[in-house]
Design a protein around this ligand. Structure first.
Ligand SMILES: Nc1ncnc2c1ncn2[C@@H]1O[C@H](COP(=O)(O)OP(=O)(O)OP(=O)(O)O)[C@@H](O)[C@H]1O
Length: 779
């Protein structure tokens, strides 16, 4: 069936009445227009009749008055039902005031086959079509949802068999590819019309029936009966299958609160109903306004549940039920206004096509086989030697490896290649050779610079370890206090701590070297004597160029025995890290390298300045010592020149003191600069650390995504159909096609009676005798 794209189909159905207001309601012969004239405030106002009368004209897809259930179904619903069998979602929704005939239209009479409504007719049509369309295998499921006072109730829940069925928690959900669905709502697989009708009547029986001032047994809830259809081709071994949802919606009455005279529970119900219908109207208005990109579907359970059933890719039909009496003219007007708004909603129906993954894989495997056969025919025709397109054996791989090695050494001029498989294997061997080469170079570099981390474990741990060591160096290099403050002790605790840590990590030979270093000894001695503390100069080995942080000590981090990588498991992290650095992580790696270069340059400057400051410091110490010696010498020789009672300094002492002042000034000035450079080094170090952390975290993410596939298994809950009850007695059918209808009805009645006997002992009449609740709504 072709998609009926365009507007929502809107029909008006007028409930027959002996008091039809001919003077107020006029149905035009075109069958599409209804004119309403409404006298306003006629009781209060005494103006001329003309001024009181207001008229409206509503043009819809069809105005149906005095039409049978059969004709109504054929004109309004058949195309939607057939569309659902073709894979289009469909919705038929009845809207109108209480008692206007919504339930009559949707469900109809459950007692009379002729008076049956849309749902039983749709079910009959579905199963007749399923029988006709033999080229497809259909699966039909049913669900029946009631929304009562904003509570979702499963009318077909197996739990309903208890005397006090409590609506277990159901939630309106949305999932990409699945659309809107109700979590917790039972789905029932049905194989025949009779099975389906059984469930419909069962659901009807469970529906909450309340008495009301206007209509004693009107339903006070919204009901959505859904037929879920899935069809697969029997003839084509196609991976595609189609699904559809046919929603048949009976909305609660849209009466005004004041008019109904409701109170208590009824008033509460009416408030909920009016609220949800008003939200429905808001959603319709938003849907009709193409400039709006947000539709408030989530305001109520009704609109949320109907989100993908109002327009969109769905064949949607709205039936506006009106009650043609003068007393109901206000409600009639408001129903028709709602209907004409709904007409502005656009629909764009589309088939819900899906791919069956298992069938898809089978199809692809078949394709591969066919292509292989074609290829081998082509090779035969082209007189090519028989080429295998299967995966290469171990012997073949070893041969390729051998050829690549000889090619690299220069003893082989050409590598013979006849298939894509071989090309890939050759490239893989080249890659391996390059990696081995890289590892060798790295190992050599590490040995040269004596920077190998002997106790490194896995590669990431190694990187982190190196990072820690790197930061320790920085602490040592710049162990200054705040800018402008003179440091208190050359051998600061941080420095000692760093050294201790380092000595733990380094081989013992390094420890001995450093402990015995005359430079260190000299410094610490000098520092202990000094009043002004000297700045800690970076150790000799720290002055070595910083190694490539991201390069792993592959020799050490490789698994024992240097075993080849098993293609079934993720690659070793250090190998993956090398790949990541030149691939996806190249940008951040590049920034890291640049930052490190700047850091290195700043550190070099820091060291220079440190040396300079320390040199000045030594001169200060020297000058101070000389002055002290002079003082002691003069004291011993009594060579003081006394002028005006104050000791006067001799010429050489004055020069020395002047020099000392200058040295101290220089010291302070250089020290300030040193503080600034230290701040810069810290900042650069911070940036380098940030880059390093980022590189590592991006690498971890990439590694996880690329090699560690999460195992998520879907929980598929299978719904069981209700157990069929024994009921062999059958009512004589009126005609063969009504057999299912009466059988189902009879079963439902039987069930109802037996359940009522068991579960309703409290319902007794005034004389204390047991009273069974009514089986069906009084029609
Ligand atoms: N087209 C019709 N032909 C014959 N009877 C009708 C028609 N429409 C409605 N009725 C009768 O009118 C009465 C009220 O109809 P119905 O219960 O369907 O109203 P409703 O709109 O569903 O009310 P509520 O909102 O309370 O559920 C019923 O007895 C029904 O049989």
């Amino acid at each position: 069936m072709k998609a009926h794209s365009g507007e929502v189909g809107v029909f008006v159905r007028i409930r027959p009445t002996a008091n039809f207001a001919d003077d107020l309601i006029e149905c035009l012969p075109d069958g599409q227009t209804v004119n309403i004239c409404h006298k306003r405030d006629s009781r209060k106002s005494h103006d001329s009749k003309k001024s009181q009368l207001s008229c409206w004209s509503f043009r819809l897809e069809g105005v149906l008055q005095d039409v049978s259930q059969e004709e109504f179904y054929a004109r309004v619903c058949r195309r939607v039902v057939l569309g659902a069998l073709d894979g289009y979602n469909g919705t038929v929704m009845c809207f109108g005031q209480t008692g206007a005939g919504k339930t009559y239209t949707i469900t109809g009479s459950t007692e009379s086959y002729k008076q049956r409504g849309i749902i039983p007719r749709a079910l009959q049509e579905v199963f007749q079509e399923v029988e006709k369309r033999t080229e497809h295998a259909f699966s039909v499921y049913l669900s029946y949802l009631e929304i009562y006072n904003e509570t979702l109730v499963d009318l077909l829940s197996p739990r309903r068999c208890s005397p006090h069925p409590s609506p277990h928690s159901m939630v309106v959900m949305e999932e990409p590819g699945r659309g809107v669905f109700i979590r917790g709502l039972s789905l029932h697989l049905v194989h025949s019309e009779e099975e389906a009708l059984n469930l419909l009547f069962e659901g009807e029986m469970n529906r909450i029936i309340g008495s009301h001032a206007l209509n004693r047994n009107s339903s006070r809830s919204h009901c959505i009966f859904t037929v879920h259809i899935e069809s697969r081709s029997r003839t084509l071994s196609d991976a595609k299958y189609i699904t559809s949802k046919l929603n048949l919606v009976d909305l609660a009455g849209s009466e005004r609160l004041g008019k109904t005279g409701s109170e208590g529970q009824m008033l509460k119900e009416a408030v909920y109903i009016n609220k949800s219908l008003s939200f429905l109207e808001q959603a319709i208005l938003a849907l009709a306004d193409r400039r709006r990109d947000h539709v408030p579907f989530r305001q109520s359970k009704l609109t949320h549940a109907l989100k993908d059933s109002l327009g969109g890719n769905c064949n949607t039909v709205l039936v506006a039920n009106i009650y043609g009496e003068a007393a109901q003219i206000e409600e009639t007007l408001s129903t028709l206004r709602f209907a004409s708004r709904m007409r502005c909603v656009r629909t764009d129906p589309a088939v819900n096509e899906h791919m069956d993954p298992a069938a898809h894989i089978k199809k692809l495997q078949k394709d591969i086989q066919r292509l292989k056969e074609e290829l081998s025919i082509c090779n035969k025709l082209a007189n090519r030697p028989s080429i295998s397109y299967e995966s290469l054996s171990e012997a073949q791989l070893a041969e390729i490896n051998n050829q690549v090695q000889r090619y690299l050494e220069g003893s082989l001029e050409e590598i013979s290649i006849v298939s894509i498989n071989q090309v890939q294997a050759v490239f893989a061997q080249f890659k391996l050779a390059v990696q081995e080469q890289e590892q060798k170079v790295k190992a050599q570099l590490c040995q040269t610079f004596n920077l190998m981390e002997k106790d490194q474990g896995a590669n990431t741990a190694a990187i982190k370890e190196w990072d820690t060591t790197g930061s320790t160096e920085d602490v040592e290099a710049g162990s200054l206090g705040g800018a402008g403050q003179l440091p208190k002790n050359a051998n600061r605790p941080s420095s000692t701590k760093a050294k201790t840590k380092k000595s733990r990590e380094k081989p013992s030979q390094n420890k001995t070297q450093r402990a015995g270093s005359p430079v260190t000894r000299k410094r610490s001695e000098s520092a202990s004597k000094s009043k002004l503390n000297s700045v800690q100069t970076p150790e000799k080995e720290q002055e070595l160029p910083e190694p490539d942080t991201e390069s792993q000590d592959t020799q050490e981090s490789q698994p024992p025995g240097n075993e080849p990588f098993n293609p079934g498991s993720p690659p070793p992290k250090e190998e993956a890290f090398e790949v990541f650095k030149v691939g996806q992580g190249s940008k951040i790696n590049c920034i890291l390298k640049e930052n490190k270069a700047v850091l290195l340059e700043r550190r070099t400057l820091l060291r220079k300045l440190t040396d300079e400051v320390n040199a000045v410091k030594r001169e200060i110490d020297c000058t101070t010592a000389t002055i002290q010696q002079h003082k002691e010498l003069r004291r011993d020789q009594g060579q003081y020149l006394v002028m005006e009672g104050e000791p006067q300094l001799q010429e050489p002492d004055a020069t020395l003191l002047k020099k000392l002042r200058e040295l101290k000034a220089r010291y302070r000035q250089r020290y300030d600069v040193l503080g600034d450079i230290k701040a810069e080094v810290n900042y650069c170090q911070h940036l380098v650390d940030q880059c390093r952390v980022r590189l590592l975290s991006e690498f971890e993410n990439w590694y996880k995504k690329s090699f560690l596939v999460p195992e998520e298994e879907l929980d598929v809950t299978t719904e069981k159909t209700l157990t069929e009850e024994d009921a062999d007695e059958q009512l004589p059918p009126h005609n063969p096609s009504s057999e299912s209808f009466y059988n189902a009805r009879y079963r439902t009645l039987k069930r109802r009676n037996s359940r009522a006997l068991v579960f309703t002992p409290v319902q007794r009449n005034s004389s204390g005798q047991r009273r069974l609740p009514p089986i069906l709504p009084v029609t």
